[in-house]
Design a binder for this molecule. Sequence first.
Ligand code: CTP
Ligand code: MG
Length: 230
Amino acid sequence: MTVAAIVPAAGRGERLGLGRPKALAVVGGLTLVARAVDGLVAGGVDVVVVAAPPGDEDAVRSALGHRCATVVTGADDRVGSVDAALAALPADTEVVLVHDAARCLCPPDVVRAVVDAVRAGHAAVVPAMAVADTLKRTGPAGEVTATVDRSGLAAVQTPQGFAATTLRAAHDRARARREAGEPPAATDDAGLAEDLGVSVVTVPGDPRAFKVTTPLDLAMAEALVVAGSA
Ligand code: CTP
Ligand code: MG
């Protein structure tokens, strides 16, 4: 059974603000995209397809060095980048993970748990964490309008795992919506599967699977690697 992973790495990293794609930012001497691929392979993934920013395909290839991964050209949004990578998956792929390059310190155990849950028969699986902060609903002027009950809420991470047929069907539908000029049903892959009526299950996430978004996140990632905690 082939277990494949798609790594959306085609974002521009505007919030990180390095003036180059976030996937090429470096943590502990290694790019985010290389770290993300290494974590997937350590977690049991056989085949990796990376979506690179248009024009930066060679830079991503050289960041990946000896790693066995196919690089394709990404798109304007994350859903489009995943869709582009889907087309490059081997035909015999049965399990497919989608994992943000930006979640470069995700432990291999989380990858394994997601793969195992899909193998056990779940068509869509997401790592989830309890929400630590108190959540409020706010109005247009920033005023608090309600306190949200946190007990039924979770923050989800990647890798998100799918039966390959489910992920393909979810993206077929997303593409049809886009071509019809409709707004996307969701920005994450599990959300697209939900739009198909697929039930999504959770496995425990990990704080180290946080998404590097801002310079503070990058500093945190660097500190974790230097401390040997990731
Ligand atoms: N991504 C992608 N294609 C896009 C946009 C995003 O493959 N057109 C990827 C990013 O490379 C990242 C993941 O999706 O690995 C999550 O996106 P995000 O954290 O928003 O990254 P960026 O879009 O690069 O960051 P920003 O929004 O700050 O520009
Ligand atoms: Mg973005």
